[in-house]
Write a protein that binds this ligand. Structure first.
Ligand SMILES: Cc1cc2nc3c(=O)[nH]c(=O)nc-3n(C[C@H](O)[C@H](O)[C@H](O)COP(=O)(O)OP(=O)(O)OC[C@H]3O[C@@H](n4cnc5c(N)ncnc54)[C@H](O)[C@@H]3O)c2cc1C
Length: 421
């Protein structure tokens, strides 16, 4: 056996407490990794999933489940159970411009059983998928397992070494999947460099309380635009989830002005929420999402596949990151189940996953970039409240094209489905 440079000398001499064998080792228990584990396990493929955290608790890591994901879960009889998780629904935001309200898209018009975005805590969603996967004996979940090194033999990745609270362990597999998110360690170890673009904004997320006499919210979400800021407010069970979008590079300035400036900005842009904003008293209540967008030129090397944010970080426009990670997982399961059951995964199989997923990813990233450059950047540059751009007003009046943005947000350029065995 020859260990490559990805297992440095000291690691190879460090005691390995256990070494197990599986067909597919997935690193990362986010939406992409978890869904892939479920789909492979239900087809009889032995899977080990390593997640570095000890639980799934995350605040503001994206709670949006789009129609595409609900249709996928419906195919395997899980859509109804998903709806048992406490949730709210969004059909499309109502944005407040200087000259009135405007709905850029409306999912309620789409032809699907699920014409809405379901908002449910990501931790509940991940626990739900994990509990369904656990019904299959082929599924093994190891929490608190931090994958640190890849094991390579003769240029082929054949597993990882992970640090658990008791020490170092090894999992060997015919295929290792890097579903370890935007800062993917496996991607770095594999020497794959994402091509990054910097969308012109960042987002601060925070909670606002529900108060008596709440404003009525058409479509489950609304926003205010103007004075160099965009506010988005989503209706959640028991609270409002608010996002303040501001031009990239202004975080330090905003931070220096303190939480009062955020309160004031919210009150100016969306006066109906001035009272709610009084609950913001400490900067710790705000979570920064540093917006980025990236795409790896190559998503695989022998024995290794990248999916989800590890392969491509999506801009938050349209909130499609989770659903794209899940669509990657579905395509990976469709393509790789047979090779995994046969114990041989070729580079051609891995390239096929990238081929099927790269184009839709590029398409949506181009659309996000267009929106950012032509609508959001203008709104963020404006020193006063702005009017609804005439192009948008015209667009939503054309029946044939007006639902195009809703379809793209709901499904992407192509509906992804679980292939029949
Ligand atoms: C603040 C914020 C808000 C967001 N809001 C939205 C939203 O509203 N809608 C939306 O669609 N998307 C949103 N996103 C993006 C969305 O979270 C991601 O696109 C999506 O979660 C990607 O899924 P994934 O499975 O590829 O990776 P992730 O969800 O990032 O999961 C990766 C997992 O890998 C684990 N991990 C990492 N390294 C290792 C390792 N070495 N060993 C073991 N485990 C490891 C991590 O703990 C994590 O659980 C948001 C992102 C952020 C940061």
């Amino acid at each position: 056996m020859s260990l490559s440079a990805t297992v440095p000398h000291e690691a190879s001499t460090q005691e390995i407490l256990s070494s197990t064998q599986t067909s597919c080792c997935i690193v990362g228990g986010g939406p992409g990794g978890m869904m892939l584990a479920l789909l492979l396990a239900r087809r009889g493929v032995p899977v080990t999933l390593l997640e570095m955290h000890k639980d799934f608790d995350r605040e503001f890591r994206g709670d949006t489940i789009h129609p595409s994901t609900m249709e996928i879960l419906d195919q395997i009889g899980l859509a109804e159970k998903l709806h048992e998780i406490p949730h709210t629904k969004i059909t499309g935001p109502t944005l407040q411009f200087a000259n009135g309200p405007f709905r850029p898209f409306n999912l309620a018009r789409l032809k699907t059983r699920f014409p809405y975005i379901l908002l449910a805590p990501q931790s509940c969603f991940l626990e739900f998928i994990a509990s369904e996967a656990a019904k299959y004996p082929q599924f093994k979940l190891v929490m608190h397992a931090h994958a640190q090194k890849m094991v390579e033999e003769n240029g082929v990745v054949c597993g990882v070494r992970y640090l658990a609270p008791d020490g170092l362990h090894e999992v060997r597999a015919a295929l290792t999947v890097a579903a370890d998110g935007r800062f993917s360690q496996l991607r770095r170890l594999a020497g794959i460099e994402p091509v990054k673009t910097a969308p012109p904004m960042d987002v601060l997320w925070f909670r606002l309380p529900k108060l008596p006499d709440e404003p009525e919210v058409t479509g489950g979400a609304f926003g205010g635009i103007g004075r160099g800021r965009i506010f988005i407010v989503l209706e959640r069970t028991g609270y409002w989830q608010a996002g303040l979008v501001f031009p990239k590079g202004q975080y330090q300035e905003l931070r220096a002005k303190g939480v009062e400036a955020v309160r004031q900005s919210l009150a100016e842009t969306e006066p109906r929420f001035a009272k709610h904003a009084e609950s913001l008293t400490d900067w710790q209540q705000l979570t920064l999402l540093s917006v980025e967008s990236s795409l790896c030129p190559v998503w695989h090397k022998p024995g290794l596949l990248l999916i989800g944010d590890a392969a491509h970080v999506m801009s938050p426009v349209g909130g499609v990151g989770i659903n794209y990670a899940i669509q990657d997982a579905v395509v990976a399961a469709n393509v790789l189940t047979k090779p995994l059951l046969a114990g041989r995964v070729s580079e051609t199989d891995l390239a096929d996953v990238q081929r099927q997923r790269e184009k839709p990813t590029r398409t949506i990233q181009s659309m996000q970039s267009f929106m950012q450059r032509n609508l959001l950047a203008n709104a963020l540059r404006a020193q006063s409240a702005i009017n609804i751009p005439w192009q948008l007003k015209l667009f939503v009046r054309i029946p044939f094209v007006r639902d195009f943005p809703a379809r793209m947000i709901a499904f992407g350029p192509k509906r992804v489905r679980i292939a029949e065995p």
